[in-house]
Design a protein around this ligand. Structure first.
Ligand SMILES: [Zn+2]
Ligand SMILES: [Zn+2]
Length: 149
């Protein structure tokens, strides 16, 4: 499956029972229908949270096509602060989150504490990506200037 935003092939990552499609290029995340609920697990999503936000937040966002059925996806805005604008397939194939948005949704949308577990996993995933992308630190800055020796 290709990323709806940049069309690169996505990686399939697994978190417990949940398969997550992840784009290495733009760091977006696709969740099949029902997977968001699985990620939340036994933590209740506040009723209506996923559509509680003001639709005006979606203004100016690029229209994306569903990576499965290629229909234009609909913009939805979550409640919470900051609200997250995400894309929702009209066929209910799944939902698309841009970089970092899923972590925000998980953090703001769940009332119970365990939510941080998934957010933490996502964070680690992005962190690992960043570390891989960065060249290793050269030892140069670790040494103090010899000017005053
Ligand atoms: Zn992408
Ligand atoms: Zn679709």
């Amino acid at each position: 499956m290709n990323c709806p935003a940049c069309k690169d092939p996505m990686l399939v990552l697994e978190y417990e029972e949940v398969e997550v499609d992840y784009c290495v290029s733009c760091h977006g995340i696709w969740l099949d229908a029902g997977e968001l609920e699985l990620l939340f697990g036994d933590r209740a999503i506040t009723e209506g949270f996923m559509t509680a936000g003001c639709p005006s937040h979606a203004k100016g966002e690029q229209v994306l096509r569903c990576p499965e059925c290629l229909r234009k996806m609909q913009k939805e805005t979550t409640g919470g602060e900051p609200p997250v604008v995400y894309d929702h397939c009209p066929n209910n194939d799944g939902v698309w989150f841009d970089q970092g948005e899923l972590a925000t949704v998980l953090k703001n949308g769940s009332s119970a504490q365990g939510g941080d577990q998934v957010a933490h996993w996502l964070h680690e995933m992005f962190l690992a990506e960043d570390e891989e992308a960065m060249p290793p630190d050269e030892d140069v800055e670790a040494k103090p200037s010899t000017g005053e020796a």
